[in-house]
Design a protein around this ligand. Structure first.
Ligand code: SAM
Length: 219
């Protein structure tokens, strides 16, 4: 037993990657193409992708909602482990991102599973009443709206469904009280962490993978 989290050195990171990840050429090419189009390099890491796939399989997930698509790295990663009649709805505000991911989803043979909604997420979620409940909701868009996304997520999840958010460690600034460039974003992430960890409708935890993933299972 250990009361302390082991610091992940570069060597340990390489060890994890070597032993637990297999290179996905399609996704590697997708990131290269997105970089050539000047998309920001803010997709989840391959380790986080493997974790999301693990969760989806463990939950027997069929319906997934993603808030924040970018180039589709996380959406395609997740859709790959959904059943053929599964659905992944991905919300994305930028038209160029939405168009890129639709093209990539088709190329990956996942066009029937991935549906990209090119709308501002809060606006869309306010009146979204799908004919099913989600098994997993992945939050990875504007940080200021994270607390609001949590409320929508709890309404849209089935019992036993999982809500999971990236950047729960706020780029390492989650405990930093000094003013920083991303002050408002950091404050919102803290607010989100407080909300997800204290909400009685959820069992929650925070995993120190990537920039931290906070998650809750609906009770
Ligand atoms: N989940 C993606 C991945 O790992 O491959 C990365 C998503 S990136 C961190 C955040 C995305 O959210 C950007 O593409 C951005 O345009 C989108 N976004 C930001 N604010 C949004 C909003 N209010 N509604 C919908 N999408 C938004």
């Amino acid at each position: 037993m250990s009361l302390r989290t082991t610091a992940v050195t570069g060597e340990i990171e390489s060890y994890i990657n070597f032993n637990f990840l297999s290179e996905d050429t399609f996704l590697k090419n997708l990131l290269n193409e997105a970089a050539a189009l000047n998309f920001p390099s803010i997709s989840i890491s391959p380790q986080q992708g493997a974790f999301l796939q693990f969760l989806l399989r463990a939950a027997g997930a069929k319906y997934v909602l993603e808030i924040g698509s970018l180039a589709g790295y996380s959406a395609i990663t997740m859709a790959k482990v959904l059943p053929k009649d599964g659905k992944l709805i991905s919300l994305e505000i930028e038209k160029s991102h939405a168009e890129f991911i639709r093209k990539k989803a088709d190329e990956a043979g996942l066009g029937d599973i991935i549906e990209v909604v090119n709308e501002e997420a809060v606006n869309f979620l306010k009146s979204y009443r799908p004919p099913f409940q989600f098994d997993l909701i992945f939050i990875d868009a504007d940080k200021e709206s994270y607390p609001g996304y949590l409320n929508f997520s709890i309404q849209l999840l089935r019992k036993g469904g999982i809500v999971i958010a990236d950047n729960a460690l706020a780029w390492g600034l989650v405990c930093n009280d000094k003013p920083v460039e991303k002050n408002e974003e950091v404050k919102s992430i803290r607010k989100f962490n407080d909300a997800i960890s204290s909400d009685k409708r959820l069992q929650s935890c925070l995993l120190t993978i990537g920039d931290g993933m906070a998650m809750g299972v609906k009770l």
